[in-house]
Design a protein around this ligand. Sequence first.
Ligand code: R5P
Length: 283
Amino acid sequence: MLVPGSASQSLAAALAAETGRSLATPEYRVFPDGEACASVPEFAGEEAVVVAATVSNDALVELLQLQDAVREAGASSVTTVLPYMGYARQDRAFEEGQPVSARAVARAVSTGTDRVVLVNPHEDGVADFFAAETTVLDAAPRLATPLPDDLADPLFLAPDESARGIAAETRDAYDRGAVDYFEKERDYDTGAVTIRPSDADASGRDVVVVDDIIATGSTMSEAVAALVKRGPERVFTACVHPMLVGNARTKLATAGVERVFGTDTVEREASAVSVAPVVADAL
Ligand code: R5P
């Protein structure tokens, strides 16, 4: 039985359709003191697949509760699908005294599950932090699906070197176009991003800027601002995890982005394609 976290209800429904598994209807309560209580009233002695993007601290607590609730209800096994793993980008202590938050989260999640499935967790090495058996999935090829069929001489551009692979996979799935990348530096105190453009020729072309995640939108908007000076025809952005926090959408629109394409690992208006087929294959 699939058990959705409150932030992954559409993905869980898509997975139910894809796999033919039944879908539990959890209740997500919050007590007056702010404490959550996620429960699974009708769960009965089966294999449980908890699908929960940990997009917030509340969603993380909810996931731990759902894992516990299905065990309490007699689940024979628990698989935890983290379509988006919050804290994955804190995969090391960047300054003295900092925690390795991804490891702390992984330890907590591991206590309630037999198996973990991660979708594009920023760095695959995060999987090593889990005590349970962990599978890492790559949904980047799905990003080609919602792109317009008529992209003109497309250029798939990574805003930094670490996104080159995702940009190349998107291009390969689209089956047409070139790949290039910019270089990025981030000031970790202010969050400000500086982009050093390559000499990519964008003039008259449709450009798709591809990254694993758009969070504040700083990386994408700086990359797009650098691109727009080169006279592209249209600029799209594509990412696996459309977190789009705060004023990210406005930053992207102001920079000149025509449309943002994301997947449903994070359920947003920009979630134009589902990762359900990729996750279904791994279950
Ligand atoms: C960093 O290396 C990631 O791949 C993303 O580029 C980054 O996390 C995006 O964050 P933001 O949208 O806040 O710039």
